[in-house]
Structures are given as C-alpha cells and as structure tokens.
Design a protein around this ligand. Structure first.
Ligand code: AMP
Length: 143
C-alpha cells in the first residue's frame, strides 16, 4: 500500500495558512480541525514551512504567551520533508522515524496534493496486517 491508497481514503484537503498568520491563528486552526499541524504556504501555493503543536509548545516555553501574537514564520520548520503518491507505507514510517516528526505533506508535480499523518500510516499498516492474516487463514483452510 502506498500514499495514493491513503489519499483515496482521506482525500487531499490540507489545512494551510500564510506565513504572516499569528501563532494564535494556527492554534485556532489546529483546534477547529482536530489536527496536529498546519502547512504554511507562500503566495504561489508552494510550501514555506510546517507548524505543528510541538512548535507552539516550544515557542511558548521559550518566549512566553505574548509569542502567540507573532507570525508563524518565527516558529515554523522551514526545511520540510515531503513524500510522493508512489511512496510505500514502509518508506513513510522510515522517513517519520528518521526525522522524528509525525506529518508528511504530499507533492504531485511540486504542488501540495495532501498530507499523511502517523495516524494514517498506523491505520494502513493495521489494514495490511489484517489482509495478510486473512489470506494466510484462507490458504491454511483451503490447503
Ligand atoms: P510533529 O511530530 O509532526 O508534530 O512535528 C515535530 C517537529 O517536526 C515540529 O518542529 C514540526 O515543525 C516538524 N515537522 C513536522 N513535520 C515535518 C516535515 N514533514 N518535515 C520537516 N519537519 C517537520
């Protein structure tokens, strides 16, 4: 299974914000959508950065609550690791583990085409394991 099977299930919507949105705006987006990160896009729709709940916690701890009024540009991660629709679930797991993050934006022809979270990866992995177990049971039952 690959990224395209994940996006078929969850769709290609990505919650995004502009670099001048405040950290408070980002926190509201995270809460409204029940998600853990927002992709920050530039005026051409390209990826300018990514801001997760961890970045907000880190900024709060460093600069205090007044930082909620600062632009997300100051807190986001600018070097964003992405994936492609053909990447397998195993590759996503390896990339998330190596980078110690839980989100991977999906690019198609350099355009944002979706986002995969660690929750999506775990769900897919469980579905794969269940299919393998069912195939094995079938094989044993039919000899
Ligand atoms: P997360 O585990 O996704 O909540 O993010 C943990 C940290 O990694 C935060 O500082 C994020 O800004 C950063 N981060 C999240 N996703 C990515 C990504 N795909 N590429 C680079 N950094 C990321």
């Amino acid at each position: 299974m690959n990224v395209s099977s994940i996006l078929k299930d969850k769709g290609s919507e990505v919650v995004s914000a502009s670099p001048d949105a405040t950290l408070f705006d980002i926190a509201k987006l995270l809460a409204e959508h029940g998600i853990g990160c927002v992709v920050v896009t530039d005026e051409n729709g390209g990826i300018a950065g990514i801001c997760s709940e961890r970045d907000i916690v880190r900024t709060m701890a460093k600069r205090g609550p007044s930082a909620m009024e600062e632009p997300v540009l100051r807190s986001m991660t600018k070097k964003v690791v992405t994936c492609e629709v053909t990447d397998t679930v195993d590759r996503l797991m390896a990339r998330m583990t190596a980078g110690r993050f839980r989100h991977l934006p999906v690019l198609v022809d350099d355009r944002l085409a979706g986002i995969v979270s660690i929750g999506d990866v775990v769900r897919m992995r469980i579905a794969e394991a269940e299919m393998e177990a069912a195939a094995m049971r079938d094989y044993i039952a039919t000899g």
